[in-house]
Write a protein that binds this ligand. Structure first.
Ligand code: HEM
Length: 158
């Protein structure tokens, strides 16, 4: 055996060999792989699912007789751009690999005089969309909670 033959020859060589073997072991980086939870973005089904949900909610809002005022007399391209920014915002906030280039929620909605009833209608439409897409209970609650988290920056009139 290597160790025995070395020890017969010179004990100092054992120490030298041990040190030689220990150095690479000590300098090896320890890789800790954490078991990561899937993000809300992943749990919802990613970009395509978020896009489908956003388009569906937007169509319901624009068809709502009380809320249509927010999109009245606006050009199609401007509305398409807004919907795309909403998709990016949700995907980004839900932990997806999307970069959001729009404004923050307060700055975006300030001056629109969005009131509590507008908000309640939004949440009713959102829930109808989540039903339509059979979103599971946990993800459904997380999406509603996410929307509710933006309320304080969006609703101006109680
Ligand atoms: C009753 C509720 C809401 C109404 C009436 C509303 C209405 C609008 C309108 C009219 C615009 C266009 C603004 C413009 O072109 O300058 C807009 C933009 C936007 N909204 Fe809302 N919104 C509501 C709630 C929300 C919520 C809950 C979110 C996020 C989850 C959101 C995210 C956005 C984003 C990302 C934009 C584009 C920002 C940008 O242009 O930089 N909105 N919203």
């Amino acid at each position: 055996m290597l160790i025995r033959s070395v020890s017969r020859t010179n004990p100092l060589k054992i120490l030298a060999l041990a040190a030689f073997l220990a150095v690479p072991a000590l300098s090896m980086p320890t890789v800790v792989v954490a078991a990561e939870q899937p993000t809300l973005y992943e749990r919802l089904g990613g970009y395509d699912a978020i896009t489908a949900v956003t388009h569906d909610v937007a169509a319901r809002l624009m068809a709502d007789p009380k809320m249509g005022r927010f999109w009245a007399h606006r050009g199609k391209d401007g509305i398409d751009r807004e919907v795309q920014l909403i998709i990016d915002f949700i995907a980004n906030q839900a932990g997806g690999p999307r970069y959001y280039t729009g404004r923050d929620m307060k700055l975006t909605h300030i001056g629109m005089r969005i009131d509590g009833e507008d908000w309640d209608r939004l949440i009713t439409h959102l829930k109808a969309t989540l039903d339509k897409f059979n979103v599971p209970e946990k993800e459904r609650a997380d999406v509603v909670a996410f929307f509710e988290g933006t309320r304080k920056d969006i609703v101006e009139v109680k």
